[in-house]
Design a protein around this ligand. Sequence first.
Ligand SMILES: Nc1ncnc2c1ncn2[C@@H]1O[C@H](COP(=O)(O)OP(=O)(O)OP(=O)(O)O)[C@@H](O)[C@H]1O
Ligand SMILES: [Mg+2]
Length: 306
Amino acid sequence: MSSPTIPRRPAPTDGWSGLVIDGRYRIGRLLGEGGMGEAYLARDLRLERWVVVKRPHASLLADASERLRFLREIRSLTRLEHPYVLKILDAGAGPDGCPFAVMPYLPGGNLRDVLASRARWSVRDLRVWLPAMACALDYVHGHGYVHGDVKPANVLFDESGNAILSDFGLVHALAPDAPDGELEATPGSPAYMGPEVIGGGAIGPAYDQYALGVMIHEALAGERPFDDTSVVACLLHKRASPPRPLRDLGVHVTAAEEAAVLRALARDPAARFPRCASFVRALDPEAPLPSCLPPPAATPDVSGPA
Ligand SMILES: Nc1ncnc2c1ncn2[C@@H]1O[C@H](COP(=O)(O)OP(=O)(O)OP(=O)(O)O)[C@@H](O)[C@H]1O
Ligand SMILES: [Mg+2]
């Protein structure tokens, strides 16, 4: 596979393109811009490898104390390691004071583009990414975190085709107190948000499971269960009516498969599966589930001798 190339001249709109930040990362082209910030391809000059540098939108971190908090949050997440969770390698502040996070560059594209390129998937086809994502989410939840922005654009593929969950931690770092109805402060995409985000409901692991259910519905049916463009309309719709059963949409699934998807999409978070792995087991009992890592022992004291 050929290496990506860094453009010689920065495009005028690429804020950081062409800069070397922290004396270490040469910023290349803008890979894209999401709801939370910008993602740049960059060269790690110290370790001579390609990485992705992400910086949040300035509007999400209004002042210096919020920028510091973002860095603290990101640094605290670097201790989490899982084969299907994109690792945060480093964090720092750019020349304009804007914080950034560094992640491995994954060259295999994202699930949003893969979903757009084919019509409908079978339950068996989902094995390409679903067991890995369920395992990654259970790991994240086992450490007391909620991803908060599970969606196809945040499922990336590495060069071997493994699905890797990305942007874990960014929602938390940007809006640690965002759940419980604070829609304005909650980054994320309305189509994938659990309905409990309005009305002061608690946001827990079941919130991510709901998003996974939407992704599965989208893959199987070729359309999302609710697709209103405004956040509030979409969430009210989700609270007012259940999703249309897959078989009513002409999808070839068994009653058990349909029931599994509908349970993950239950309005009441308590009615969903206890874990994402249980959801996969109910949907596709034969799917090979990777052995999920147990939660870690208490963090060892690394402060060194007094
Ligand atoms: N580590 C990575 N390796 C390769 N490509 C990446 C990486 N991270 C992001 N990208 C790509 O960069 C683009 C922008 O990603 P970004 O995460 O900023 O936006 P998003 O996922 O669309 O929305 P959100 O901000 O809600 O996560 C997407 O096309 C994504 O596939
Ligand atoms: Mg993303």
